[in-house]
Design a protein around this ligand. Structure first.
Ligand SMILES: Cc1cc2nc3c(=O)[nH]c(=O)nc-3n(C[C@H](O)[C@H](O)[C@H](O)COP(=O)(O)OP(=O)(O)OC[C@H]3O[C@@H](n4cnc5c(N)ncnc54)[C@H](O)[C@@H]3O)c2cc1C
Length: 46
């Protein structure tokens, strides 16, 4: 199965992790519009 996730925030990352758990052979593509790879917003103040 091929999955495409729009948005590389926490919801997108958790969706990808969940898909990987239930379908280890899935093709998962995350499309984001930020220049950086996914990061923890909670860590920004630190
Ligand atoms: C400084 C800071 C500290 C925080 N601390 C906490 C905390 O301690 N505890 C807590 O529970 N929450 C915290 N939050 C809130 C938490 O980060 C958000 O609730 C969480 O990021 C929401 O995740 P999300 O994936 O739903 O949305 P978002 O984080 O908004 O991610 C959505 C992503 O989709 C991308 N996107 C949007 N439209 C498109 C498009 N058309 N095409 C491609 N990509 C697109 C956006 O660029 C973004 O990267 C904090 C937030 C900040 C900013």
């Amino acid at each position: 199965m091929q999955h495409i996730i729009i948005g590389a925030g926490p919801a997108g990352v958790v969706a990808a992790e969940t898909l990987r758990k239930v379908d280890p052979d899935a093709t998962i593509t995350i499309i984001g519009d930020e220049p950086e790879p996914p990061y923890s917003r909670m860590a920004i103040p630190d």
